[in-house]
Design a protein around this ligand. Sequence first.
Ligand code: SAM
Length: 227
Amino acid sequence: MNLLPEAQLIWSPTVANSRMNRERNASGVNSYEQEFKFKPEAYLAAKIAAYGQASWLDLCCGQGNALIQTARYFEQHGQQHLLQLTGIDLVDSFQPLDENITCVEFVSASLLDWMPAQNYDLITCVHGLHYLGDKLEVIERSIAALNPSGRFVANLDLNNLVIQGTNTSTYLKKSFKQLGIAYHARRKVLERVGGLAIKFDLQYLGADDHSGPNYTGQDAVTSYYSG
Ligand SMILES: C[S@@+](CC[C@H](N)C(=O)[O-])C[C@H]1O[C@@H](n2cnc3c(N)ncnc32)[C@H](O)[C@@H]1O
């Protein structure tokens, strides 16, 4: 099998697929709320109430609608200045920001070239890990970039990872448990509360962009590791 390095993977038709849903909102129809069972704006409002400010990093943010919807909500409540919203995506298909939105920043970059420069109260990756090569590296970096009570939440299909010579699903579920990461197997959602430096202790080998559709029905990328 021809495993692709990150630099080639980002040009793969599986990753550039224009039929992906890049338009989810934060809450309501077609939203992050439906994926993760909480409203980002309510979560961030609670952080503002507790700490006087809140920050959200949305990895693989697509068009950025979730951040924009959230910014509008806080603008209407006069609290936009207490909020910092950052979205990163490989593709610059971000919706334009109207002039009264001041708390949103979009970055066009590959996540594997990205290092978080600060900590966040919320880090999301909604149906983004499916298209990344070194998924575990991004999970490590994300969890390390959480505030002490910050929350990381992401969709993850364990069938899109292979650790050679081992039962990958059993290995990963055990590792997640040891590292204090919850994996909701039915919903395929990974979640961690609280920043922590973690290491999966595996060597990344490369990615297969021809592994076909995962549970979302869209072609996804399978990431290979050796133990
Ligand atoms: C299914 S879309 C989800 C978008 C958004 N989270 C939503 O739910 O509307 C997956 C996104 O991952 C982005 N993506 C894929 N590989 C990436 C990479 N290496 N770095 C950053 N973004 C990437 C794609 O461009 C796409 O916008």
